[in-house]
Design a protein. Structure first.
Length: 78
């Protein structure tokens, strides 16, 4: 595990693009379109994806962005 404080967006995308088997993440929220898009792309490549997010008011704002993610078998835990 690595901790990053700079270039976080680029590091996330790079790691998701290089995932081979599964992606497990626990985050406060995932509201950025680029993250949801890359997680969905992982599923399209046959990679298992499970995400834990806070079930708060922020989640209500971006919940609908996970439709394709869930349809492709992604797991989202609140």
């Amino acid at each position: 595990m690595e901790i990053h404080f700079e270039n976080i967006k680029e590091i996330i995308i790079q790691n998701l693009k290089h995932a081979k088997f599964n992606v497990f993440a626990s985050v406060a929220w995932v509201g950025e379109n680029f993250i949801i898009r890359e997680l969905t792309n992982c599923l399209k490549r046959g990679i298992q994806v499970e995400i834990i997010v806070n079930d708060d008011d922020r989640f209500l704002n971006y919940k609908s962005k996970f439709t394709e993610f869930l349809e492709l078998g992604g797991k989202l835990y609140l």
